[in-house]
Design a protein around this ligand. Sequence first.
Ligand SMILES: [Zn+2]
Length: 379
Amino acid sequence: MTPEHYFHLLTGKFEPEARSDHVPDFGYSPLNKSGMLYQPVIDVEYVRAGHSKPAWPDDKPFVVCLTHDVDAVSDFDLMQNIRIITKILKTSSNRPLGESLRRIVEHKISALRGLLGHSDNLCKFEKWMDVEQEVGSRSTFFFAPQFVKQVHRSDCMYRYDQIIDYRQEKLSVAEVMQSMDRGGWEIGLHPSWHAHADLNELVFQKEQIEKTLDHSIQSVRQHFLKYDPLKTHKIQSQAGFKYDSTMGYNDNLGFRRGTSYPHQCFDVEQTQPLPLLQIPLVIQDGAILAPGKGMRLDPQKAVEYIMHLTHEVKAVGGVLSLSWHPHTMNRPAYFDVYSQVLKLLAAENPWFATVGEVGDWWLKHADINLVEFTRGISR
Ligand SMILES: [Zn+2]
């Protein structure tokens, strides 16, 4: 891959075609072939061409954008387990019978534990928030909708009236979202599987969060990063989102579109930019730590990779965005790596900002148009 290809890389022409029941992008990038995935090659080219790096508040050299995809909030909630068992029964033809039975038994046991009064600490949201506050940061929590019109087996199953433990209190998920919102954390939408290509579904889901918070929201990241290069960004902008952070990997890390800079998403069919800013996702917890996923790193190696990418982003003054799933609290390596990395990142003196804060700053202050820049060097 050479700079003449960067326009197509940035605007999504190299993205694999969407397939209805797959996320075809688990680790694929044309940058892999040339060993360039772990460097923001477009930003490097931009700086090499003599342009100034992005300017950030207080002259900070780069940005760290912390995010969480809230796929689950509790294990033991009775009604949630009943909903999940119903869904498993309805979709049992999609999987081996043994697997369906095993999962039904698991969820029955979870429901029983809840009935027996076992304390449900799946996420411990406050622990994630406190460790962020210790380094002076806030993050974006992408919550799933509680109601989905066209259901997929991968969709999240919690409701906003579900009661969870939060700071020694029993609060509903809605109250936790409101508390985060008041504290300066950002709440965004984590749309269901089919919402990636369905404007009505996406609007329906966005309104659920907005009603809960009593104000509009700006940011979105698709569940599973499920994405159609021809549709998703277009309907996200039509639904009224300003910022998307879906362009990352489930089974790899690095710069999927060759950049760490925020940039306008592109309508590939109409060949024009959309009023939607992409804040690329660079590192996701499961992709590097989960035993069944792409990289399968041990915690120490994971920290090394993260810091390698941090230095790449810092060198071009870009945005390092990370996604950590709160429901991994029961898997100690996840929280340990996160808290260790936050301290290492803080020592690099970044501006810690939510997706919304990065986007707002960029729209107001940045004079960098990567679509135009890459178009210029592609001629
Ligand atoms: Zn998700």
